[in-house]
Design a protein around this ligand. Sequence first.
Ligand SMILES: [Zn+2]
Length: 83
Amino acid sequence: MKAHLAEIFNFTCDRDPKHWWSSDGIRPDIGQMLLCPYCGHKNVVTEIVNHTVTLPSVEVEATEQKLPTVDEMVGILNIEGDR
Ligand SMILES: [Zn+2]
């Protein structure tokens, strides 16, 4: 089985933060106007915030089905802080 990573954009209305919607596969441009589907407010895209983390590819034997342990993931992601 292959797992595919898709790009999804979440938008929040400037008029009411409870108004939010998603769009996959369509990358907005800075300065682009987007109408809120709930109230019709004309929002302008001012910033694209990237919350994704790029994971290194890990080769796993097909018969092994082994997931990395938490300690291995911490090492892979090089996370620092209290543990
Ligand atoms: Zn709205």
